[in-house]
Design a protein around this ligand. Sequence first.
Ligand SMILES: [Zn+2]
Length: 409
Amino acid sequence: MIERFQRYVRVGTQSSATSGASPSTPGQLVLGRILVDELREAGLSDAEMDEQGFVFATLPGPADSPVIGLLAHVDTSPDAPGEGVEPLVHRSYNGGVLALPRGGTVLDPAAMPVLASKAGHDVVTGSGDTLLGADDKAGVAEIMAAVAYLAARPELPRPTLRVGFTPDEEIGQGAFRFDLERFGARCAYTLDGSQPGELQDETFSARQVVLTVHGVDIHPGWATDKMVNALTVAGRIIAALPADRLTPDTTSGREGFIHVTDVAGTAPRAVIHAIVRDFDEALLEEHVALLRRTAEDVVATSPGARLEVDVRYQYSNMRRYLERFPEVVAAAERAIEAEGLPVVRTPIRGGTDGSILSERGLPTPNLFTGGHEYHSVREWASVQDMGAAAAVVVRLAGEWTSATSTAAG
Ligand SMILES: [Zn+2]
């Protein structure tokens, strides 16, 4: 598994929110072709990739067994450098500071309690100047290792497993393009979490809000009592938003937030992008209303200025879709416990492909991978925890034999 992982992270697969292509970057197709070859080598002879970069393959189970999906995304985040990744394996990590060879990057266990708890593990990092790509190539490697293991041991119990490696998760596009019918599973699991035992069936509900301020433009020399600078108004809107609550840095656990992500413009026109998040739909609507009211109040004090508010749906908390299929989470719980791990049920302060897939009709909770500090040059993973994730997949296959699914109705 670790050999596979080191091979995959060396392929640059950062997605791009601005390319407009599908997949958004060609590197994702390069990795997809490698995965198709390796799946076929493992015995999943129907493995193929479509022109958008979706890799699908089947490990057939006994006749009339249920079809269960295993998913991971091949793209990495555009938020940190991701080309030219050179993974380093720190064998039997001694629990001390890990100084990486490039970029002055230091992993300090004093500031990273989860890393501190992995003394004795083999820890994988990048070289300091790029992300590692454990998000989500750890998930890809774990699924590959688990299905290759099952393919080589036909005596082990399994349902029909459908493997899906998907593009463009980090830009929120892949799950919308995912062909549910062609995939043909009754439920699926993403491997895209972190700590051993994590089983996530809750994500944020998410909206993007775009505030466009139109000012009053006039030559600055003749502007007395006439000009309204849209940039100034935009600045006042941002300053009027709560700063000591409802921001990403002042919230945790189940609290939602309003986060201004981008401001751009000129004197006549300024655009503010914000994302709004909460686990509760009603609270989410309140946050959106607060943002709208704040902007309207500020613009009302600037005669001549005009405001447009565009609220864009992003994704919903997957819980309400998963609640209808309790057997999906229950099977994962049994698999994690069978591997001797505690089941950790933390809500995700973000979204996953499963948020969109669950809403579209494919119930898809999220499982751990053993990777941490995603989207940064400090990203790292524990080889032992990655092994545990692959083992949980093998056990999960055992939980979904036809007998189990019949009992679950
Ligand atoms: Zn991910």
